[in-house]
Design a protein around this ligand. Structure first.
Ligand code: LLP
Length: 418
């Protein structure tokens, strides 16, 4: 459930008309609803209230400081994948004792930064990484708390680009090899084994892949405990899907129930790393129609947001609902909604039957709160767009739009070219 609704044929974000924000801030812009963000977090978190758990919001899904802070204020931990994300979440006030760090390519400098920050645990993705973390911790006279991210070889039945827990994916350590790797880790001087972790993919709309992964991890935990290797945390990653079009993903409560039914016999603190399910439907991308033109067999609607602002349709052929900000009587027509970027793959919607949009009007690209702004770029030298948060009838610019001067920041022309 979210707080983007039509009232008198106009789209509102909570108690603020979307058109009012667009007028004040300019388009394109990302618009988020505070009430929706808070509600989604609370619903997810409270679904697990009967078991010890930490929700570590996956910062990559939306890493704006204000948005991170909303979750931090609700008691959220953070799931990070880089030194940059660690910096962001700490700046926003995250508790280091609730930060988990995944990622196949952690650099030594990033590892040292995480050790200095005393994060909860590293989710280790390769035997070499384990050695490097042990060595870094040794040099710093510290002990690194770790889990192995195991690859349980489960098909999450999602887009191949966002599936991560199958044998062919680069993520984690093969579950078959993980017991030996844990035995080895147990002998290292600067490693404290605290958990087991997996993350099998994203936009998962069925419960069965989660259950399958959980069952495999449980087996591993029991084997580890039999050998005297204590496990305090079981991190199940993120991945719960949302409705973009007509998907029917499990509600967080159903997800929680299915998990809780199976974990009564494991004495652990559970970690979850949700991203999309919290922020996806709490944000939209607002754009203005620049031009329309008739193609051979369909209409092109050229808007002022492009693949540099929201790359999901171009990259994964993802579906985002596109709606006029103001509804009126009009025909539906077969359209491509495209951006201004010089690439044929620059589109927000393809072959979609939508209301006949007009030059100058505003459109809302729905469900854009996850992996929208954080994946945006300056391609075609387009400044990144502002992000705005609505709360209690007011709106706040939580990231200003970049200026043209931002585009060349850091560049220099060497003397020999002068
Ligand atoms: N934990 C780990 C280790 C992850 O790699 C991810 C996402 C998450 C948690 C959060 O997953 P979520 O709950 O959001 O599904 N850019 C793609 C999604 C990539 C997901 C990457 N990892 C998209 O726009 O669909």
């Amino acid at each position: 459930m979210n707080y983007f609704n039509y009232v008198d044929n106009k789209l509102w974000c909570e108690e603020v008309p979307v058109a009012e924000v667009a007028k004040a801030v300019g388009t394109p812009l990302y618009l988020y609803s505070h009430r929706t963000l808070k509600r989604h977090f609370e619903v997810f978190d409270s679904a697990f209230e009967n078991i010890p758990h930490i929700v570590c919001f996956s910062a990559k899904a939306n890493s704006n400081a204000a948005i991170l802070k909303i979750f931090i204020n609700e008691g959220s931990g953070m799931d990070i994948v880089s030194g940059g994300e660690l910096y962001r979440v700490l700046e926003a006030g995250a508790d280091p004792g609730k930060i988990v760090y995944s990622g196949v390519g952690k650099r030594e400098e990033e590892i040292r930064y995480a050790l200095e920050s005393d994060i909860l645990m590293f989710n280790i993705e390769s035997p070499q990484e384990l050695e490097v973390i042990n060595a870094c911790a040794g040099k710093m006279d510290r002990t690194a708390r770790i889990s192995l991210r195991v690859n349980p070889d489960v098909n999450p039945m999602t887009h191949p680009h966002i599936s991560t827990g199958m044998k062919e994916n680069k993520f984690g350590i093969d579950i078959e090899k993980s017991l030996d790797e844990y035995r080895h880790a147990a002998k290292l001087d600067h490693i404290d084994i605290v958990g087991v972790d997996c993350h099998i993919g994203s936009q998962i709309t069925e419960l069965s892949p989660f259950i399958e992964a959980l069952d495999r991890l449980k087996e591993l935990i029991f084997s580890l405990r039999n050998e005297g290797i204590g496990i305090r945390y079981l991190d199940l990653g993120g991945g719960l899907g949302i409705t973009y079009d007509n998907e029917t993903p499990p509600h967080p409560q159903d997800y929680a129930k299915a998990i809780m039914d199976r974990v009564r016999d494991i004495d652990c603190t559970f970690i979850f790393e949700p991203g999309r399910v919290i922020v996806g439907n709490a944000g939209i991308l607002v754009s203005r129609v620049l031009y329309t033109k008739a193609g051979a067999d369909k209409r092109f609607v050229i808007v002022d947001a492009g693949m540099n602002d929201l790359i999901r349709p171009s990259l994964y052929n993802s579906y985002h609902n596109i709606q006029p900000v103001e509804l009126k009587e009009r025909e539906d027509i077969l359209s491509d909604v495209v951006g201004p970027i010089c690439e044929s793959g620059d589109y927000l919607a393809r072959g979609r039957v939508i209301p006949e949009l007009e030059r100058g009007e505003l459109v809302a690209v729905m469900s854009a709160g996850a992996y929208g702004f954080p994946m945006s770029s300056n391609y075609n030298s387009r400044p990144r767009v502002p992000e705005v948060l609505v709360r209690d009838g007011k709106f706040y610019v939580i990231r200003s739009g970049e200026t043209r001067a931002d585009l060349t920041r850091g560049e220099s022309i060497p003397d020999f070219l002068q």
